[in-house]
Design a protein around this ligand. Structure first.
Ligand SMILES: [Fe+2]
Ligand SMILES: [Fe+2]
Length: 179
């Protein structure tokens, strides 16, 4: 039997990179935030190496690249496409402002991630960037995400807990459908 063309090989399931979606989507969002903080810390340890040609660097870079190219964008999609449209219908002004800021932050994240991913690909391929370049990318993403997640946890998620049970179930179903 001929070998499958590489393009037919399955990519790792997104479930390996994102926590299981429970019936409570807000709990799932918070688990995703834990995962984001874990990978930010891992990226920080990688960027702190004196030399990115270190033999430990490619595996760490591969794990970070998978998470920041699959898991993190899926989380943003869950918030922008499943949570935000439902919450907007019932939101107070301060929650609406927070949702606007959430979307802006996600755009900023999308704009900067290709640079970080290119640096990580360089580490994986044995052509690493200067450590300071990776440190700058880590500082940028950590600063953005720290403020972003704190805002979501303080304003958006508490408001989401007030959604009707049927709406929360629909959000959870859409999140499962993405994985
Ligand atoms: Fe977000
Ligand atoms: Fe989030």
């Amino acid at each position: 039997m001929p070998a499958l063309h590489p393009s037919f090989r399955r990519t790792p399931p997104a479930t390996a990179l994102t926590p299981g979606v429970t019936a409570d989507p807000v709990a799932s969002f918070l688990e995703c935030h834990d995962r984001i903080r874990t990978f930010l810390a891992g990226l920080g340890r990688l960027a702190a190496l004196d030399d990115l040609a270190d033999p430990r660097a490619p595996d760490a870079a591969r794990a970070c690249a998978r998470y920041f190219s699959i898991g993190l964008p899926l989380h943003g999609q869950d918030e922008d496409e499943s949570l935000s449209p439902r919450l907007r219908l019932v939101a107070t002004d301060d929650v609406l402002d927070a949702l606007d800021r959430m979307t802006q932050d996600h755009r900023e994240m999308d704009g900067g991630l290709p640079m970080l991913l290119a640096q990580l690909e360089g580490v994986i391929a044995g052509d690493p960037p200067a450590p300071e370049a990776l440190r700058a990318s880590h500082r940028w993403l950590e600063a953005l995400m720290d403020a972003h997640m704190a805002m979501e946890e303080a304003i958006i998620f508490p408001a989401a807990r007030g959604l009707e049970a049927a709406e929360l179930s629909a959000i959870a179903a859409e999140m499962r459908g993405r994985r």
